[in-house]
Ligand binder design. Structure first.
Ligand code: ADP
Ligand code: MG
Length: 264
């Protein structure tokens, strides 16, 4: 059964999509079977793994509304993982889902038949605590929160942690892991170092050891339809996301992570 993670933070531009796409590619490079779900109507995750969002026959929108099957929607990224793509159409789902009694379980139910096909399912969430994010939380085992080490970084975190706890209590007891990834880090900035240390002190083991640096190759990669880790494997950003994937594999699989064959 796949481990399901959603990558969430209700702020925009904090590195959710970059983290989702690169983690998907890095886990695929480590030989894992990965499905990436784009749950943001902006469709940046779809573009970022090389799927043309304006030319989709079907998207995750139709899957959520029960108009298409998983097989009709799923695509394969050249980066080595499967993708449930999204585009602007998905913004309509927010309203249309309200009429369903199981509105917050639509994603979980739509994927119940394929969860055994993958080792990891990663969900790129929109920048809000909306019905789409709720669908992700109701399906997930864990939440990864990408954070920039800035003064206001902790603002809003309380709301997100509150939502996670509510979902854990009411809807999804399996949602157990909350972890924080420090992203776009610039060690030359003293304030970032200070906030980073505060995060570590306050959240302890919930903060990943791996830190993702600010790296221009990661920002360039989406315009080539590639994750940073396959666009330029020797870049600092790519190496950091590979290290992040390895940290996750060690945390979740322990010694087993060494044994699986690598793809390349
Ligand atoms: P979100 O999905 O939270 O809105 P994105 O992943 O789209 O955030 O990132 C916002 C912007 O920052 C994008 O232009 C992206 O390319 C850039 N970016 C993300 N992570 C990094 C990084 N580590 N170094 C440099 N640029 C980054
Ligand atoms: Mg995004």
């Amino acid at each position: 059964m796949a481990q399901v993670f959603c990558i969430a933070n209700q702020k925009g531009g904090v590195g959710k999509t970059t983290t989702t796409v690169n983690l998907a590619a890095a886990l695929a490079l480590r030989g894992r079977r990965v499905l990436m779900i784009d749950l943001d109507p902006q469709g940046n995750g779809t573009t970022g793994c090389g799927v043309e969002k304006h030319m989709l026959d079907a998207s995750v929108y139709e899957l959520l509304l029960g108009l298409k099957t998983f097989e009709e929607v799923v695509r394969h990224s050249e980066a080595g993982f499967d993708v449930l793509p999204a585009n602007r159409e998905l913004s309509g789902a927010e309203v249309e889902l309200v009429s369903f009694a199981d509105r917050d379980l639509r994603l979980k139910k739509a994927l119940s038949g394929v969860i055994g096909k993958y080792d990891y399912i990663l969900i790129d969430c929109p920048p809000s605590l909306s019905m789409l994010t709720l669908n992700a939380l109701c399906f997930a085992d864990g939440v990864i929160i990408p954070m920039q080490c800035e003064y206001f970084a902790l603002e809003g975190l309380t709301d997100l942690v509150g939502s996670v706890k509510r979902v854990h209590g009411d809807k999804n007891a399996g949602l157990r892991i909350i972890s924080i990834l420090r992203v776009m880090f610039d060690p030359r900035i003293t304030l970032q170092q200070q906030v980073s240390e505060q995060l570590k002190k306050h959240f302890g083991a919930k903060v990943f050891d791996t830190v993702i640096p600010r790296n221009v190759r990661l920002a360039e990669a989406p315009s080539y339809g590639k994750p940073g880790v396959t666009y330029d494997r020797s870049s600092k950003g790519a190496k950091a996301y590979m290290a992040f994937a390895d940290e996750i594999l060690t945390r979740l699989e322990g010694g087993a992570s060494q044994r699986k064959a690598e793809r390349r």
